[in-house]
Design a binder for this molecule. Structure first.
Ligand SMILES: *[C@@H]1O[C@H](CO)[C@@H](O)[C@H](O)[C@H]1NC(C)=O
Ligand SMILES: *[C@@H]1O[C@H](CO)[C@@H](O)[C@H](O)[C@H]1NC(C)=O
Ligand SMILES: *[C@@H]1O[C@H](CO)[C@@H](O)[C@H](O)[C@H]1NC(C)=O
Ligand SMILES: *[C@@H]1O[C@H](CO)[C@@H](O)[C@H](O)[C@H]1NC(C)=O
Length: 329
């Protein structure tokens, strides 16, 4: 699943006051338009009418239907937005690229921070994606039509419904195991990779229909072109978290896979016993925190303050999990 998709989903909380003008702008123009990236204090998540810009574009994703939302339950949006910001974004400027690394996110904090944008490998986007190649195979960023055709061929009756990604997820993992000596499929991605593939048939189907059957025409509009069908209405997202989790469970149970990686050789898939289980939300939370710790081993001053603020926001949808304070309180 392309990372920009996740980003677009998150956009419902972060519609921009300029959104009509931003859609379709080139990266260069967008950079001019965005406020110069200087250090900011992270604002708390939503309300849904929050008007701050937190995502920037890159060349591959020049269109952003910023003013349209997907009816996603706020908890999912908060988890996606703050998880992405912590592992792939710039906590100093509070900006994260929805695609590749972009100068528009401002000067990076020092290494090992990796402000790589959402397509950075195996945190949000990663191997066994539905729409791009594995990191190993060169261009691991651009939309891959060949992969997409593979999905299309599985549409069966011309619909993207739960059956299609359920089969395709398993197929992509098996394909990477036999082709990619450095294939990696562990949390956080192991957990999100089953949820994100349910988004199209939950959030991209018109809310007046909401039958979990996305037709091919609309699918092709959303995917390669990131366009909504005319007169699109969102679903009532009240239960969308449950919907996504239930769908993910069905897809997972059809072909259970354990988290793990190929250790340098194809067909040598080794289970990672430390990686959290598929249905463990606290494992998702804590693995995102672990990635953040890897990026920021010893943050100071504003960086530390902002990371702590973002960690606090990330925790909001994970209440009930043991909260972590890796950078102090
Ligand atoms: C991405 O994966 C490659 C190969 O597995 C690795 O060498 C590289 O360090 C990874 N980059 C990040 C940012 O995780
Ligand atoms: C994956 O893509 C990134 C840029 O998006 C590139 O820097 C990297 O070299 C690619 N990986 C490989 C193994 O070529
Ligand atoms: C998805 O569509 C195929 C082809 O029409 C059908 O066989 C299958 O039952 C559908 N699955 C769901 C969950 O609706
Ligand atoms: C959400 O779930 C609750 C409890 O199961 C149910 O009463 C309600 O009708 C559902 N709402 C929607 C929009 O599906």
């Amino acid at each position: 699943m392309p990372s920009y998709l996740l980003a677009l989903l998150a956009l419902q909380t972060i519609a921009s006051p300029h959104c009509q003008h931003l859609a379709g702008l080139s990266e260069r123009k967008l950079e001019k338009l965005l406020p110069g990236p200087s250090s900011v204090t992270p604002p708390p998540p939503g309300p849904l009418k929050d008007t701050s810009v937190k995502l920037v574009n890159d060349k591959a994703h020049p269109w952003m239907p910023l003013c349209k939302g997907y009816g996603m339950e706020n908890g999912i949006v908060v988890a996606l937005a703050y998880g992405s910001l912590l592992v792939d974004g710039n906590p100093l400027t509070n900006l994260v690229s929805i695609g590749a690394k972009s100068p528009a996110t401002g000067p990076d904090p020092s290494k090992p921070a990796d402000v790589g944008g959402l397509n950075g490998n195996n945190s949000i986007e990663g191997d066994a994606s539905f729409t791009r190649d594995d990191f190993e195979f060169g261009d691991n960023h651009s939309f891959n039509n060949k992969l997409f055709d593979q999905i299309s061929n599985r549409f069966g009756g011309g619909k993207y419904n739960l059956t299609v990604p359920g089969e395709y997820r398993f197929y992509r993992v098996q394909q990477s195991i036999v082709q990619n000596p450095h294939f990696s499929f562990t949390t956080p991605r192991f957990i999100t990779a089953y949820r994100e593939i349910s988004f199209p048939f939950i959030f991209f189907v018109d809310g007046r229909k909401a039958d979990g059957q996305l037709n091919l025409k609309d699918t092709l509009g959303f995917f390669p072109e990131s366009r909504f069908p005319d007169d699109f209405r969102r679903i009532d997202g009240t239960n969308s978290s449950d919907l996504a989790n239930n769908a993910a469970t069905i897809m997972f149970n059809a072909h259970p896979i354990e988290p793990g990686r190929n250790d340098g050789k194809v067909n040598k898939f080794t289970v990672d016993t430390k990686s959290a289980a598929f249905d463990d939300p606290c494992g998702l939370y804590t693995s995102l925190v672990d990635v953040a710790i890897g990026r920021y081993p010893n943050p100071q001053d504003v960086l530390r303050k902002n990371l702590n603020a973002n960690l606090g926001f990330l925790y909001q949808p994970f209440q009930g999990c043991p909260q972590r304070f890796p950078f102090g309180k």
